[in-house]
Design a protein around this ligand. Structure first.
Ligand SMILES: NC(=O)c1ccc[n+]([C@@H]2O[C@H](COP(=O)([O-])OP(=O)(O)OC[C@H]3O[C@@H](n4cnc5c(N)ncnc54)[C@H](OP(=O)(O)O)[C@@H]3O)[C@@H](O)[C@H]2O)c1
Length: 255
């Protein structure tokens, strides 16, 4: 795969109205990219674009709406006059859930955004990238996708699904010269984690998280898991026999 460069086309970041996506979009502009920014909150996107005159294309959309996503991608490419060659599919949501509070409505809401929403974005991007035999896609999963973690029944499920989705796609995309990466952040300080009452080890600032993500994409890495202090123990824990896995995760998380 040839890693796309700013002259090759435009970048597209979903979930760019706050948190990780917003910072990734800013750092992409700083690296010379024209960046299309998407989320539902159009005003937040417009405010971000106003800080980067002529460098951002605002494309407000709800990624759960397949038709809107397809139309948004077409409009971005028409406005830019160039194809999307780099996409960071970052929009996502998180609601704590446990066995006691298990609720199908909450499950469906997270599946709709994290899985179906990402699938809608992929469906809009893949035909063009496959035809051009060019492009790179980063899908923001989570370290919580490596294993089922406490109080994340649905979140872990959706994020594990995204990792499997990326792995499966990679077989075909490699042959077409299109890059795909699964991005697995640990705890990053954003509006999404601001609501967490529990301790968040190795909490990163968004600036650092975005730098790590963009460095990993520039290197064409398939798994971009960070920070190492959390990523490596989790990668190791999940290959341990189940009784040891459950005992250690319960102990570390005090759950
Ligand atoms: N923060 C962490 O510790 C952490 C760790 C691992 C993984 N992640 C993942 O990183 C990604 C970004 O999270 P964040 O922490 O930066 O949280 P955030 O600040 O809450 O950002 C989430 C973004 O997703 C957008 N979004 C949510 N639902 C959407 C929808 N239906 N359509 C379009 N956009 C939608 C939101 O914008 P609107 O509300 O304007 O639509 C917002 O821009 C998520 O996928 C999250 O699961 C975060």
């Amino acid at each position: 795969m040839n890693i796309p460069k700013p002259n090759d086309g435009v970048a597209w970041v979903t979930g760019a109205s706050s948190g990780i996506g917003r910072e990734v979009a800013i750092q992409l502009v700083q690296a010379g990219w024209m960046v299309a920014v998407s989320a539902r909150r159009a005003e937040a996107l417009a405010g971000l674009a106003a800080l980067h005159p002529g460098k951002m294309i605002v494309s407000a959309m709800d990624i759960t709406d397949e038709v809107a996503v397809r139309a948004g991608v077409t409009a971005i490419e028409a406005q830019a006059g160039r194809p999307i060659v780099l996409a960071v599919l970052n929009a996502g949501t998180y609601m704590q859930d446990t066995a006691g509070g298990f609720d199908v409505a909450k499950f469906r809401a997270q599946v709709e955004v994290n899985l179906i929403g990402t699938a809608n974005c992929l469906a809009a991007l893949l035909p063009g990238m496959l035809a051009a035999k060019r492009g790179q896609i980063g899908v923001v999963s989570s370290l919580a996708g490596l294993a089922g973690l406490p109080a994340a029944v649905t979140y872990s499920t959706t994020k594990a699904g995204l990792i499997a989705m990326c792995q499966s796609l990679k077989f075909d995309l490699d042959r077409a010269g299109v890059g795909i990466s699964a991005i697995l952040p640990g705890f990053v300080k954003t509006p999404l984690t601001d609501k967490n009452a529990f301790p968040m080890p190795f909490l990163l600032e968004v600036e650092e998280a975005a730098r790590i993500i963009l460095r990993g994409l520039a290197m064409g890495r398939f798994i971009i898991a960070f920070p190492g202090g959390l990523a490596w123990p989790l990668r190791f824990l999940r290959i341990l026999p189940s009784p040891i896995f459950f005992a250690l995760v319960s102990r570390f998380t005090k759950w």
